[in-house]
Ligand binder design. Sequence first.
Ligand SMILES: Nc1ncnc2c1ncn2[C@@H]1O[C@H](COP(=O)(O)OP(=O)(O)OP(=O)(O)O)[C@@H](O)[C@H]1O
Length: 290
Amino acid sequence: MIKATIHKALNTAVGSMKLNVQLSIESGQLVTLYGPSGVGKTSILRIIAGLLSADSGQIEVDGVFWLDHEKKIDFSPQQRKIGYVFQDYALFPNMTVRENLEFALEKGQDKNIIEELISIVALDELQNRKPNTLSGGQQQRVALARALVRKPKVLLLDEPLSALDIKMRSKLQDYILKVHREYKLTTILVSHDIGEIIKMSDKVYCLEDGKVTKVGDSLSVFTDNRLSGKFQFTGEVINIESEDVVFIVTVLIGNNVVRVIAQESEIVDLAIGDKVIVASKAFNPVLLKV
Ligand SMILES: Nc1ncnc2c1ncn2[C@@H]1O[C@H](COP(=O)(O)OP(=O)(O)OP(=O)(O)O)[C@@H](O)[C@H]1O
């Protein structure tokens, strides 16, 4: 179980912002941090990893305090059992896939973990290649495997899939879920993709201006239980046009474009770029802003 209380004054482009969050994550859960750019999601991950110091707070993982500001406990990043995957892979370009993994081994650590990880994320054929000869998805599989070499308890994923196309994302989501379950990890993911969040997470924390505004299981957080439809898709509004007495809202769902007829009352709050849920209600499509 991870219990964290984090306080940190951050300097944003428009002045200072106080990061004040409390997280409570059961062991084995996959939890997502969701919110607009600049609300402090990466800072939370970096503070948990020990890469950024909090002004005050506590981080307790399975009964061990990694951080207790009052008691002056502050574990180094090496002492925290963390695996960290970034959006930009951050692999060593001059090393092969296998060497990238071996470099992460601790002194004296059993090397069998390397074979195991190569096999679990299907890197057998690629293990002697250099990162710049691999696709983004393949590189991210290497980064994921590398983050697991030291057998972390906690896996931190900072928008790991946002540079990948939809097909690759879906494949990588499956790999992440596989390792999350197989290694019984507690995983914290940062993601903007609501479909991804619903597919992957047990719980989601919505953040605004450094504070948690909503927390719960992903489906109820994003639908607010307002919908009982048989299907629900999330997408982004790419056009709104009026036609006679109704409006046509064009929504990009994955790589499909869907046109939904809407009443004026449904579109008053809606703008291009908004995330929406398209669902069914009594056989009619309905739109709901997320
Ligand atoms: N070490 C630091 N000290 C003070 N302020 C910082 C520090 N690191 C980041 N910030 C500021 O904190 C704010 C939040 O940044 P952060 O990267 O945590 O947001 P985010 O929610 O992850 O955003 P994005 O989705 O764009 O990655 C930014 O305005 C950033 O400039």
